[in-house]
Design a protein around this ligand. Structure first.
Ligand SMILES: [Zn+2]
Length: 686
């Protein structure tokens, strides 16, 4: 690991922040915090923290000595001065004299001493920073240091490597007691340049930002060099099937096995997104014969347990062509994981004076021999964080096993972290959106109705994939939606392309729950004289494509075993034919029958099939030219033509989107058609 310090960059940072009224001390603190935060081998996703002791002006214009320390919710990779709230230093230091201080009280004291009452909560490791005398203090969870610090004989190994340069602090959960222990260790030998917190991480400190930062880089580099020496071959490979099933087949099975059925509302599930990762390091790890031992030996640093629980779920290798057996084995493994989790919770909760609220028992990481790993989360973003932490744990554990044996903190310590009172206090805050945890696919996704539907679904919490004939349009629409939306170019009349697109969705999100088969186009012609090719083309898009989309959706939904929702954009033409609209209305009538056939044949598996009949929506099929010609043909203004319905109101793409949202939410409704046309008595369903 090399130091990325640059005098020029540091001065640019100082000059830039000076224009915002930020002093030199804090500007340099931001600069090196970012250097640390941008290296995943040092910190990941909000882990680690840094501080600087300086002077700041309070709200009464008085200069006070403060500790600017990382605030919660900030990531070091992108931190700004506002992410390092200033806390009065003297009151923090006075706390050292106490014998005990609860986490809640600690948070209250820290908040009470913020210079800015609106600032974020200072880190739970604030007191550790405050009790050390150095101007700059840096803390990371460096993977290389953890490979040494997560060993049964970690203290000896660290003492060997660092000599007297680093103080060693035995494991104590972060908070007041750890801060006191760390300060005691430092004071026993004030010549140390930092502290190794066994089974947790590493602190370095110095009088300048550069000194503290470069000490961190040096200590981590020494650990890296140590790990490169005297390695034994790790993880003898297990025997695996010759041919392994593919990710798009495996992911929906695992996703379904980990979905939690709602005990109150039949047909509702708490589902997860799955993020897949593979590569040589992951392969070497998950394919090891002793995976059950080292793979379940705990996390590299205890705060990972909040995101990825104490250990991953391990399932058997999925043999290609043997997915029924894999599905049964995966479900059995999940059941075992869940019952072990309940037992773990009961065992440790019994010892608590303040009883805890049990969290959901599902794994956040799944290891699949022969394939790789999956991170699980309620959103794709959370699933990616879980996968990142899993990869980092694999690196730490692999290196630990190469020179010794990986050992995490005890189960009781992990429980204390997972069920930390400060974490428990966050439970139940913030209502989840109705489609949280669900994946929606929308065909014709870049068109007016498709995009409006995607916006409505994504606004209600769904992860969305858009299919469109034009790949660029699909990608642009996905970008417009933001977040993790996926845009895929797909000609829905090409069966192989539809299959490949659904496989991409399954690999990307883990599966599919809601499908809006919306792509369509209108062809006209007097039915007795219409060109046969034109009629067949319309059937390809307005009927067969719906069948191909539904077939692929059902394939994935059945693998998940958690039901699903098929939605079709039909048309009033299906029930109320218009002159010369036979080529459009006939396949739409067949699609209406298709909706009912799916409802009939897959209701038993919890898959619902519903349709929306919309009429006169601007954009898509109804171009400005068409509006003009139809209005003219009827002898009315364009304005009156668009409002020519019983309610006298123009119907918009957003109105159609709301009908799709309603159907996706209506868990007891199937084989239904909802009309969104402002009222047209000739087109009512009968
Ligand atoms: Zn830490």
């Amino acid at each position: 690991m090399r130091s990325l310090w640059s005098d020029a960059d540091a001065e640019t940072s100082v000059a830039g922040y000076a224009r915002q009224g930020v002093g030199r001390d804090l500007a340099l603190r931001v600069y090196t915090s970012r250097l640390l935060g941008q290296d995943p081998k040092l910190v990941l996703h909000g882990g680690g923290n840094t501080s600087v002791k300086t002077v700041a002006r309070d709200l009464l214009d008085e200069d006070v000595e403060v500790l600017c320390v990382k605030g919660s919710g900030w990531d070091m990779a992108t931190i700004e001065p506002a992410g390092l709230p200033a806390v009065r230093l003297a009151p923090l230091c006075r706390l050292r004299a106490r014998n005990a201080l609860s986490d809640e009280e600690m948070v209250r004291v820290q908040r009470a001493n913020l210079l800015d009452p609106a600032a974020p909560n200072p880190s739970v490791e604030t007191l550790l920073h405050a009790f050390l005398p150095h101007k700059y203090v840096d803390h990371t969870h460096a993977t290389a240091v953890l490979s040494l610090a997560d060993q049964p004989d970690a203290a000896e190994r660290c003492a060997d490597l660092y000599g007297g340069r680093m103080g060693l602090v035995p494991y104590v959960m972060p908070g007041f007691l750890l801060a006191k222990h760390a300060a005691d260790v430092f004071e026993a030998d004030p010549s140390v340049e930092g502290l190794v917190l066994l089974k947790h991480g590493v602190f370095t400190f110095g009088e300048t930002a550069r000194e503290a930062y470069e000490r961190m880089i040096e200590m981590v580099s020494l650990a890296e060099e140590r790990l490169a020496r005297g390695r034994r071959t790790v993880f003898a490979a297990a025997a695996l099937p010759a041919s392994i099933a593919a990710v798009p087949e495996v992911a929906p099975i695992l996703r379904g096995a980990c979905a939690i059925a709602d005990p109150v509302q039949a047909g509702a599930y708490r589902r997860f997104m799955l993020e897949f990762r593979a590569g040589p390091a992951i392969g070497n790890y998950v394919n090891g014969a002793e995976l059950a031992r080292y793979g379940q030996a705990g996390v590299a640093t205890p705060d990972h347990t909040i995101r990825i629980k104490n250990y991953p779920l391990i399932v058997p290798a999925p043999q290609a062509g043997g997915l029924d057996a894999f599905r049964a084995a995966a479900r059995e493994a999940v059941d075992r994981y869940v019952s072990d989790y309940h037992a773990y919770f009961a065992r440790h909760n019994a010892k608590q004076t303040v009883k805890k609220r049990e969290l959901d028992p599902m794994p956040r990481v799944i290891l699949v021999p022969g394939l790789g790993l999956f991170g699980l989360g309620r959103t794709l973003k959370d699933a990616r964080i879980a996968a990142d932490l899993a990869e980092s744990n694999i690196e730490t554990i692999t290196d630990a096993e190469a020179i010794g044996r990986f050992q995490s903190v005890s189960e009781a310590d992990l429980f204390d972290m997972e069920y930390w009172s400060l974490e428990q206090a966050k439970l139940g805050q913030g209502q989840e959106k109705p489609f949280a945890g669900q994946v929606a696919v929308i065909t014709g996704g870049a068109g007016a109705i498709g995009l409006a539907t995607a916006q409505a679904m994504s606004g209600a919490g769904a992860e969305v994939a858009l299919f469109d004939l034009e790949e660029a349009a699909a990608k642009a629409a996905a970008k417009q939606l933001g977040g993790s939306a996926l845009g895929i170019g797909c000609d829905v009349t090409d069966g192989a392309a539809v299959r490949a697109a659904f496989d991409r969705v399954a690999a990307h999100f883990g599966g599919v729950d809601i499908v809006v088969s919306n792509a369509g186009a209108a062809w006209q012609g007097r039915i007795g004289e219409v060109d046969d090719t034109l009629l067949r083309r319309s059937f390809e898009l307005n009927f067969f494509a719906h069948q191909s989309v539904a077939q692929n959706a059902v394939r994935i939904m059945l693998a998940q075993g958690t039901g699903g929702c098929l939605l079709f954009n039909v048309s009033k033409q299906a029930v109320n034919p218009g002159v010369n609209f036979g080529p459009y209305g006939l396949p739409k009538a067949a699609t209406l029958a298709l909706v009912r056939q799916y409802a009939l044949e897959y209701g038993g598996e919890g898959i619902r099939a519903n349709a929306v009949n919309a009429d006169r929506i601007r954009g898509g099929l109804l171009t400005p030219e068409l509006i003009a010609s139809r209005a003219k043909a009827r002898g009315v203004s364009e304005h009156d033509y668009m409002q020519g319905n019983l309610l006298g109101r123009e119907v918009t793409a957003a109105d159609v989107a709301q009908a799709f949202v309603f159907h996706a939410l209506a868990l007891k409704t199937t084989a239904d058609v909802t009309t969104v046309d402002g009222g047209n008595i000739a087109a009512v369903m009968r």
